[in-house]
Unconditional design. Structure first.
Length: 400
């Protein structure tokens, strides 16, 4: 046996799909090929002095799984590499990732500028929860740079958006908004849930922080909840780590392992699903009972050029309105046998949703109308089934 150690892998210059299967690996003394799952709440030390040293350098070693665990660290390092960020902290869900960023960065008296077209619970979090602690949020039209600029106040500390948006797939100019956030000295946070690093790299376009609901495409198979915050080492280790260590919105090692393995097929899945979504969107545009189709890969999308410039593909989600109102929308949903009628997205199985009565039912009818979420709108998150089977399943309810 040679006692020469193999040189460690240098992940610089590797592509996202390579990073998805290679980055972040930590092997134990057994040299296992597949990543190990460390189901342990704490870690042991060789001596009292060793324990004292461990606690003094808590972010570097493994002490207690509320704040450090090797399986969670592998997921964090892999996702950070894929997003092009310096560091990452995993959380128990997407919502806890957003809460973690807010609690790590904001204090009473601060102001947030947020896109109006974000996940419903995100609006509840900023307004109903953070509002109780003296943090004020202004909502803006994500595609209008002027409205971001006009919303800035002297106490603005955070910019927040999601692109493409749910369910209308509006696209925000990530780089354009970065300039406004920088000028305002605000932390710029992008929820990269819909595109994932397989299709879009917000940090390369000027975002300071990327957050994820890992529940969606990162797991990709509808199994577990998880979240993540990616950013600079200074922000993640300096601000996010102490908050998570103290308050405990931690990702479990089991869920981290599931999502870590999900990352290995992320590019494959999301690219295939985006290709199918575009094909389905083009087909829906030709159906006589369909009024309008929303997908960033369609030439009819108002921000087609912008989407093409900042995304590798249009993304796996599309929505469409029917000429016959809510009745027609429900008819399409109820006519399916293959697609899953569920509010979730990011699964290998195609999901179909009526946003106005499910995901967006907590939004007031006026706000829904302003956001274009009409009663005739149907959202589809395209899975990995054969595209012809998906079309055939929709055809039953699309017939006039
Ligand atoms: C689902 C979702 C969230 C929340 O994530 P959870 O894991 O359900 O807490 C946040 N943002 C977007 C865009 C989502 O789709």
């Amino acid at each position: 046996m040679s006692d020469k150690k193999r040189a460690p892998l240098d992940i610089k210059n590797l592509q996202t799909d390579t990073l998805g299967v290679r980055a972040g690996v930590r092997r134990t003394e057994f040299n296992e090929h597949s990543e190990a799952m460390f189901l342990t709440s704490s870690f042991c030390f060789d001596s009292a002095a060793d324990a004292a040293h461990g606690f003094a350098n808590a972010e570097k070693g493994f002490i207690y799984s509320r704040f450090t665990n090797p399986t969670v660290a592998m997921f964090q390092d892999r996702l950070a590499a894929m997003e092009g960020g310096q560091a990452c902290i995993a959380t128990s869900s997407g919502m806890s990732a957003i809460m973690t960023v807010a609690m790590s960065h904001l204090q009473a008296g601060d102001h947030v500028v947020c896109s109006r077209s974000v996940f419903g619970a995100t609006i509840q979090l900023f307004t109903a929860i953070l509002g109780k602690f003296g943090i004020e949020t202004t909502y803006v039209d994500m595609s209008d740079l002027g409205s971001w600029k006009a919303a800035v106040k002297p106490n603005t500390k955070l910019f927040y958006l999601e692109t493409p948006s749910n369910p209308l797939t509006e696209v925000a100019d990530i780089a354009g908004i970065a300039k406004i956030a920088k000028a305002a000295n605000a932390l710029y946070v992008v929820d990269n849930c819909f595109c994932t690093p397989a299709l879009q790299k917000p940090i390369e376009l000027g975002a300071d922080v990327v957050i994820h609901s890992a529940t969606k495409y990162l797991d990709g198979q509808g199994r577990v909840l998880g979240g993540a915050v990616v950013g600079t080492e200074e922000f993640i280790l300096g601000k996010v780590f102490p908050y998570v260590r103290t308050s405990g919105p931690t990702l479990s090692a089991f869920n981290a392992w599931v999502i870590l393995k999900g990352l290995e097929t992320l590019n494959l899945r999301v690219e295939k699903q985006s290709q199918s979504a575009l094909e389905l969107a083009q087909w829906l545009e030709k159906q006589p009972t369909v009024e309008r189709v929303y997908h960033p890969g369609l030439k009819s999308h108002p921000q087609y050029e912008l989407a093409k410039a900042q995304q590798k593909m249009g993304g796996p989600i599309l929505s469409f309105t029917l000429k016959g109102g809510k009745e027609a929308a429900w008819k399409v949903i109820d006519g399916t046998k293959l697609l899953s009628i569920t509010a979730n997205l990011g699964d290998t199985r195609t999901t179909i949703t009526h946003p106005a009565t499910t995901t967006h039912v907590r939004v007031t009818p006026e706000a829904r109308a302003a956001a274009g979420i009409t009663d005739s709108l149907v959202r589809i998150a395209v899975g990995l089934e054969n595209i012809e089977d998906i079309k055939n399943d929709l055809l039953a309810g699309l017939k006039g």
